[in-house]
Design a binder for this molecule. Structure first.
Ligand code: PLP
Length: 366
């Protein structure tokens, strides 16, 4: 038996350690996880009620077409229902896009560092990923990405705000970019953190959809809506493009619980507003202390901040872990002295900053 050649070298995804395991291993009573950009405020109470209302229906298959949720999201965006598709998280839509559009030998272009799932899924299809390093201030280098487009290019992925750097490309920049992209190339705008954006310069991707046939935008219920465990994300684009992605979709890829909770979450504007405001305050709280400590950081437009701790990022990560704070550091980012921290509640941020200050005094400057 032989699996296909292009997956042999792929790593199995290593999830972060569960909080309970970290507690047990290190003998800690409190552990704060600021590693996966989860919502520190949970989800809307309306979403919880929606889930509770379905508890005696676990034996019934979900609505494979997610009709009610489709109508709700289409209305929310101001597009037609046939322009929307759902996945088990936007992760699954990334997978479906690769499955629908890529054959071995195709090329696609991403930033580097960026969300790893684009390249991962492209490799499974045998496609080649061209990675264009972000600029010195951590943004997608859109000019260079254009320059790397060839006849073989099928997809360009724009992660906006970019994970892990947190930076944003503005509406003007994205518009100029889209004008320069040939019509045979699909542009995926991954906007997992769109609802957090307060800059006033963030692209209106739905308006762009009306001007360009070759765009898909991706959003998720996992971040500001706080429903990561239920696995619901969506894509929106022209009906023809969405139809192609739908052709490779599994029949029951989102659960009844996810669909119902997402509909309820979409309608609770107060909760979203609260989370957006709290997040903006949290970013300022983190930045103020980073300034005091003399630590540089990238601009932040999601619910996370990438900061230069001026010391080995993996040692600072370990030091924080011993104090019960889980952040993220990945050597593959190419920033050996940076860590990414999710914006928590004011109290969590305070505990993180206190622990960070202690760890910085214990780890040598590099
Ligand atoms: C979190 C995240 C996603 C997807 O999350 P799902 O839980 O699969 O919806 C997609 N893109 C980026 C950039 C993310 O950070």
């Amino acid at each position: 038996m032989q699996p296909k050649k292009n997956i042999v070298h792929l790593p199995v995804y290593q999830p972060g350690k569960p909080i309970d395991e970290v507690k047990r291993e290190l003998g800690l009573t409190e552990v704060i996880k600021l590693a996966s950009n989860e919502n520190p405020f949970g989800s809307s109470p309306k979403a919880k009620e929606a889930i509770a209302s379905l508890l005696d229906q676990t034996s019934i298959y979900p609505d494979g077409g997610a009709v009610e949720l489709t109508a709700a999201v289409a209305a929310h965006l101001g597009v037609e229902p046939n322009q929307v598709i759902f996945g088990a998280g936007s992760d699954e839509i990334i997978l479906m896009i690769c499955r629908a559009f890529l054959v071995p030998g195709d090329e696609m272009i991403t930033a580097w560092p960026t969300f790893p799932q684009y390249k991962h899924n492209a490799e499974i299809e045998g496609a080649v990923t061209i990675e264009v390093p972000v600029t010195a201030d951590g943004k997608h280098d859109l000019d260079e990405m254009i320059a790397r487009i060839s006849d073989k290019t099928k997809i360009v992925w724009i992660c906006n705000p970019n994970n892990p750097t947190g930076t944003m490309n503005t509406e003007d920049e994205i518009r100029a970019f889209l004008k320069a992209v040939p019509a045979h190339v699909l542009v995926v705008l991954d906007e997992a953190y769109a609802e957090y954006n307060m800059s006033g310069k963030y692209p209106d991707a739905v308006a762009l959809l009306k001007e360009h046939a070759n765009i898909v935008l991706l959003r998720t219920f996992s971040k500001i809506y706080g429903l990561a465990s239920l696995r619901v994300g969506y894509g929106a684009g022209r009906a023809e493009v969405i139809r192609s992605i739908n052709q490779v979709r599994e029949p029951f890829n989102t659960s009844s619980f996810g669909q119902k909770a997402a509909i309820a979450a979409l309608q609770d504007n107060n909760f979203i507003e609260f989370c957006r405001e709290a997040n903006a305050k949290g970013i300022k709280q983190l930045w103020a202390k980073f300034d005091e400590l003399g630590l540089p950081y990238f601009d932040a437009h999601g619910n996370f901040v990438m900061v230069d701790v001026k010391r080995s990022g993996s040692e600072v990560f370990q030091g924080l872990l011993k104090k019960g704070i889980i952040v993220r550091h990945d050597p593959a980012w190419g920033y050996p002295t940076m860590i990414r921290v999710t914006v928590g509640s004011e109290e969590q941020n305070g505990k993180f900053l206190k622990a960070l200050e202690q760890v910085l005094s214990e780890v040598a400057v590099s």
